[in-house]
Design a protein around this ligand. Structure first.
Ligand code: ADP
Ligand code: MG
Ligand code: MG
Length: 251
């Protein structure tokens, strides 16, 4: 589904991704871990097409097509969803209206008609039920004054509504207490299916106690330097990143 080959990217003229390779198949969950500043968020932004992240080399194929040639809107329409590490607050923009506009923009890009109000409300109620959430966040402005946990819940709800094919969660667990962590993990698990792939970026092992990844990768200094199964995350927790980055430096 997603093939990243020798990806290089720069921010402000400084190279951050330095030849990154990653392959994600349909329905797979990949965890990406790594030290702070290693390029995890940069990778997420490059895949979603954010301004200011300049691709300087390599390729990314999504369903066999050149993802990097697509505008950010087209990537969203094709089913790429990014949950931000720091969700943006939009005071004055009602959350429900925002979600409806987002969904209908994606539908329009696919040549589908907008959902009418009744169908949209039905879909919202259905997704709230799947995630065991109530509708209090929907009546408020987008993320405005939301706690860290509420912002993350809202990101997961957006994901449930937009039904992405590839969801990228960038440190969705940072700053969450254990209850909020469970909400995120339960949401991810509820949305897990054979056609939806996920890249879960996390600094800590603990999220992976609740979300069982198929593959775990270590991103350091702009490259994937180690890949393994769930056990790699436990090893990282026990030993830190130094042993891998040290071996890498020695090699
Ligand atoms: P991670 O998410 O792994 O902590 P990032 O991708 O956020 O790492 O950052 C990787 C490096 O790129 C860091 O050194 C960071 O300072 C730099 N960087 C990221 N975004 C920007 C930006 N918008 N402007 C300048 N430097 C940036
Ligand atoms: Mg960071
Ligand atoms: Mg980051």
């Amino acid at each position: 589904m997603l093939t990243i080959h020798e990806l290089r990217a720069a921010v402000d003229g400084r190279e951050i991704l330095k030849g990154l390779d990653l392959e994600v198949g349909p329905g797979e969950i990949h965890a990406i871990m790594g030290p702070n500043g290693s390029g995890k968020s940069t990778l997420s932004y490059v895949l979603s097409g954010r301004d200011g992240y300049e691709v300087t080399g390599g390729q990314v194929l999504f369903d066999g097509e050149d993802l990097l040639a697509m505008a950010p809107e087209e990537r969203a329409q094709r089913g790429i969803f990014l949950a931000f590490q720091y969700p943006v607050e939009l005071p004055g923009v009602n959350n429900t209206s925002f979600l409806k506009a987002s969904l209908n923009a994606i539908r329009a890009g696919r040549g589908e008609p907008p959902l009418d109000a009744v169908s949209f409300m039905r879909l919202m109620r259905d997704r709230l039920k799947v995630l065991h959430l109530d509708d209090t966040l929907l009546k408020r402005d987008v993320n405005a004054g939301f706690s860290g946990g509420e912002k993350k819940r809202n990101e997961i709800f957006q994901m449930a509504l937009l039904e992405p094919r590839l969801a990228i969660l960038d440190e969705t667990d940072s700053g969450l207490d254990i209850d909020a962590l469970r909400v995120v993990a339960d949401g991810v698990n509820a949305l897990r299916c054979q056609t939806r792939s996920m890249i879960i970026v996390t600094h800590y092992q603990r999220l992976l106690d609740y979300i069982k990844p198929d593959h775990v990768h270590v991103l350091a200094n702009g490259r994937i330097i180690r890949s393994g199964g769930k056990e790699l995350a436990l090893e990282l927790e026990a030993k830190g990143y130094g042993w891998i980055t040290g071996e890498e430096a020695a090699a």
